[in-house]
Design a protein around this ligand. Structure first.
Ligand code: AMP
Length: 193
């Protein structure tokens, strides 16, 4: 993996553990010579992980729609800041140039972005690892809901298992490096579980 996309909050969150997790992940990316791809903001957890990677000597690509450049305060010190025309272009470019995706704690934007790449994976549009860095159990209720969706037969177990979940950044990156995508896409064997 050369480039990893990290989705995370444009807010810092309530607990300092969220910010600390962004720092640990950022340093781990640099240690493994992996470029950070993210939304390009200088605020919240987004700004924190970018600052950490840059100050540890790593590379950061930020991708931001023109309409958000002022609102999310685009980061002025990135290796590469790409300003695009729309949110859809942003998400497509983030997916296209990255070899895997991690969601740190964040709000609706973060959750939407992770679920989009997960649904693209389930449809076989890409075969890259999608992961949750579950700090302080922040994503426990989402994982419980997905288990419920499997029980109710709206999600196949093989697609639920695509989501790599860990609370330690180094272990999560190891899981991503070893990831094997499911052999079945959503519409093959649709009557099987
Ligand atoms: P949040 O997790 O809501 O703090 O947002 C984190 C990042 O997701 C920010 O850069 C937002 O611009 C971005 N974002 C917000 N809404 C969306 C969306 N519908 N699709 C993609 N990204 C979004």
């Amino acid at each position: 993996m050369k480039k990893i996309c990290v989705y995370c909050g444009s807010s810092p969150g309530k607990s300092p553990e969220y910010i600390e997790a962004a720092r640990v992940l950022g340093r781990e990316l640099v240690k493994r010579d992996i470029t950070l791809v993210y939304g390009g903001a200088s605020v919240g957890i987004m700004g924190e992980i970018a600052d950490t990677v840059l100050s540890a000597g790593g590379e950061v690509v930020g991708i931001m729609p023109q309409a958000l450049v002022d609102k999310e305060i685009s980061h002025s010190g990135l290796t590469d800041l790409r300003v695009v025309g729309s949110m859809h272009e942003r998400k497509a470019m983030m997916e296209d140039i990255s070899d895997g995706f991690i969601a740190l704690p964040g709000g609706m934007g973060t959750i939407e972005e992770l679920f989009e790449v997960l649904t693209w994976s389930q449809l076989g549009y890409h075969r890259k690892p999608c992961a949750l860095l579950n700090i302080k159990g922040y994503y426990d209720s989402i994982t419980q809901f997905l288990n419920h969706a499997v029980e109710e037969q709206f999600v196949k177990p093989i697609h639920r298992e695509m989501i790599l979940i860990e609370h330690k950044p180094d272990r999560l990156l190891d899981l991503m490096a070893a990831y094997k995508p499911p052999a079945v896409d959503k519409w093959i064997g649709r009557n099987e579980t």
